[in-house]
Design a protein around this ligand. Structure first.
Ligand SMILES: *Cc1c(COP(=O)(O)O)cnc(C)c1O
Length: 451
């Protein structure tokens, strides 16, 4: 059964696959819960939507007031196979009944090893690999840095403009954007250097090769190749605004790393696991990262992350140097194995390409008649529009906010991103139907018309 021929189910997990509003957004139960949140939860933990979830399935989230919302966010690119996919639920239920935790570092179990085997087989590059499992994307990025430093005996970490790598101390240093991620939370970890990124919409359309030459000359002049442990890059940036570097940029950076003994780390926390219409975004230009960092889409919502890389690099850290109490938790490993099976058996890579054609196509048509849409970009089911003041390239964050708010009020979950806050991003679950996508697009179209 492939996604192209399968009829889209109209009910998933008991939930009708349609947008249906039965109260105002937010409804009374959500308003009550928001009041309790305001009392009980640290206000720095924000929420995008004003409604509280009760149940979800396929491409629909049902809130506590019975509203059916179309999900174009996947909990930030996590529920790629669909939220509460039956195979993932069954795998987790079987594991939770067997045991919940023993700690892999104390009494190991097969699920962890099986996930590592799968990752080693699936990650790009025909060379011996090993994996280590963690809980969050940030934790895996930190471990990729540890592994790179242990292997090279060097300390410098090179990251890019607009990068997002997490919220822990080291990953805050690696993340570019001050507000809200870093403001007031310093001092940050040292030996992190920021280099320019190829950003075709805003760098005058520099070729990938020219942009890479600029970046490399900055690294050589300001850091020194011999000091660099690793270069860490998102093949398509996530929070930074779904920026796709010009063709040739990433291969040139990888080649420079190879030539100078620098570990090339791909942060595929957001782009991995079929999201971009490839199993990994690195596949698009034939990259073979020395270390591949994955998380988000890996386990259908269970907390899991991984570093997968060349055996000789992974083997350089001393025994006991990597790990953590919960890393590779058995429930998360069971979920990941089910997710990887689902990606293969449902051809979700193909489905992501279909979503690109449908949603990307609609957005391009809209951009052609609305000059406030400066660019439509992204690949697969990772698509964004960068919004500007009409006829300029001046970022328009207020418009992004207004369109998102109008979509939310009509029951469509969309997210914003970008250094300038002017990017609307779409990350639907790959289990979403074409009908839901068309409906969500019509809501967006109206939101643009009204903004
Ligand atoms: C979300 C994200 C992270 C951080 O992952 P957490 O699980 O939130 O710690 C790191 N890198 C990228 C590219 C991300 O999108």
């Amino acid at each position: 059964m492939t996604a192209t021929t399968a009829p889209a189910p109209t009910v998933v997990n008991g939930i009708a696959q349609e947008r249906r509003l039965v109260t105002a957004i937010p409804g009374p139960r959500s308003v009550e819960l928001a009041a309790r949140k305001a009392e009980a939860v640290a206000p720095a933990v924000g929420t995008t939507m004003p409604v509280y979830a009760e149940q979800a399935g396929g491409g629909v989230i049902v809130d506590v007031d019975g509203n059916h919302l179309v999900d174009l966010g996947s909990g930030i690119a996590v529920t790629t196979v669909g939220v509460s996919d039956a195979r993932v639920v069954a795998a987790v239920q079987a594991q939770v009944a067997a045991f919940t935790h023993t700690c892999f570092m104390v009494t190991p179990y097969e699920g962890y090893v099986a996930v590592a085997e799968k990752l080693n087989a699936l990650a790009p590059g025909d060379f011996a690999k090993r994996s280590a499992l963690f809980n969050s994307g940030a934790e895996a990025v930190e471990n990729a840095v540890k592994i790179s430093r242990a292997y090279t005996g060097r300390s410098a970490v090179v990251v890019f403009d607009h990068a997002y790598h997490g919220r822990t101390n080291l990953t805050m240093a690696m993340t570019a954007k001050n507000m809200p991620y870093k403001h007031g939370f310093g001092p940050f970890a040292g030996e992190v250097y920021r280099a320019p990124l190829s950003y075709p919409y805003r760098d005058g359309g520099l070729s990938g090769a020219d942009a890479a030459a600029q970046t490399i000359s900055m690294i050589e002049a300001q850091v020194g190749a011999g000091n660099v442990a690793c270069v860490v890059i998102e093949p398509i940036q996530g929070e930074g605004g779904f920026i796709e570097p010009a063709e040739g940029f990433l291969p040139a950076i990888q080649a420079w790393c190879r030539a100078h003994g620098v570990v090339f780390v791909a942060d595929e926390v957001q782009t991995g696991f079929a999201r971009t219409g490839d199993l990994f975004a690195s596949n698009h230009e034939g990259l073979e990262p020395d270390l591949l960092v994955t998380a988000k889409g890996i386990a259908g919502g269970l907390p899991l992350s991984a570093v997968t890389g060349r055996a000789e690099i992974m083997d350089a850290s001393h025994a006991g140097g990597l790990g953590g109490t919960y890393g590779g938790n058995p429930l998360a490993c069971a979920a990941a194995l089910a997710v990887i099976d689902a990606i293969e058996s449902d051809d979700l890579v193909g489905r992501a390409k279909e979503i690109e054609a449908l949603l990307g196509g609609r957005l391009r048509e809209l951009a052609a008649r609305d000059s406030r849409i400066g660019q439509v970009r992204g690949r697969g089911a990772m698509i964004a529009v960068e919004l500007v003041k009409a006829g300029t390239t001046e970022p328009d964050a207020a418009l992004a906010k207004a369109v998102a708010a109008a979509a939310h009020a009509q029951g469509v979950v969309v997210l914003t991103c970008g250094t300038y806050g002017n990017v609307l991003r779409f990350l639907p679950p790959l289990a979403i139907s074409d009908a839901l996508l068309e409906d969500a697009f019509s809501v967006l179209e109206q939101a643009f018309a009204g903004a």
